[in-house]
Every structure is written in structure tokens, then in C-alpha cells.
Design a binder for this molecule. Sequence first.
Ligand code: QAP
Ligand code: CO
Length: 168
Amino acid sequence: MAVLSILEFPDPRLRTVAEPVSEVDADLTGLIDDMLETMYDASGIGLAATQVNVHKRLLVMDTSEDRDQPRVYINPEITVLDEELGSYDEGCLSVPGFYEEVHRPRRVSVTAMGRDGESFTEELDGLNAICLQHEIDHLDGKLFVDYISPLKRQRIRKKLEKAHRLRA
Ligand code: QAP
Ligand code: CO
């Protein structure tokens, strides 16, 4: 297993639209395990393959208090169950240090394959529903900062670009 490096906004590779996974083989389960290790190492609750520069439709999540309930979604397809929106102060491992309120549907249904390649369907609400929508956005090249004002987004961009220059 390995901790992978995470792309950060405004890296243009985060805008890539991911391709469906065709087969759940040993390479893919290895990637899943590395993504889970990367998410736990970074204290995140969700991570999409896009964020580790792999452009496949795959994401991992764990919103549990004890960080012991990994969830894996391969080729996730989401249906909004309820148009009612909820708001949450979202963050992102690709936008470190910044949090902004985002509105999203509160209840969704998702059909996906798990780590075993078996298809499943489940209904999600609360933080799980928010996190899943945030991670599927990554697979479509979208970031939570796309939902905030251009002025706030530009401020975040400038601060992260400066941090990246200092790091380099
Ligand atoms: C996405 O985000 C999410 O800025 C997952 O310094 C977040 O795990 C969905 C993190 C909130 C719904 C609600 C962010 C860690 C983790 C940071 C994360 C940071 C350290 C973000
Ligand atoms: Co994110």
C-alpha cells in the first residue's frame, strides 16, 4: 500500500472528466487500497481518483467517527430522491485550508460497484449524501469552489498558488 500525492486547485488536471472502469482487477483493487490509505493519512472523509491523477470513475469515502467504515464506489450513478437542498461547510483535500458553504440535494440514491466488483444500490442522506455528490463532481472535473462566488474562488486560487510557489 502507498500514500499517493494529491493534486491541488488550480491544477488543470483536476478538470479532467474520468472514464468508466471496465474491469475490477488486481490493479484496480490495489489503487482502491492506496486511495483509502491516502484518504486516512490526510484525515479526509472522501477522495476521488481524479485527485490522485487517475482519471477513472472511482471514489472512496469514510464518514464514520472511528474511521473504520470504508466505502468504495466504482462507476457510481446518482439519482436525486428529493429536490430539497441542504447546506454544508465543505472542504476538499485538493483545496486545503478552505471551507465554504455549498447547497446540494439532501437525499440521493446511488448505484455502483463495490471493491468486489458486485453492483449495489443504496440511499444516502446527511454527510454521506453530501460527500458522495462532492466526490462524483471530482469525476466530472468539478470542484466545490465552482459553486462559490468568483471573487472568493479567485482569492482561494491566489493563496494556494502562493503556497505552491513557496513549497517549490
Ligand atoms: C469532501 O473532503 C467533503 O482543508 C471530502 O486542511 C468535505 O475530506 C464532503 C481536509 C466536507 C463534504 C463535506 C480538508 C483535510 C479534508 C482540508 C475532505 C484540510 C485537511 C477534506
Ligand atoms: Co474534494
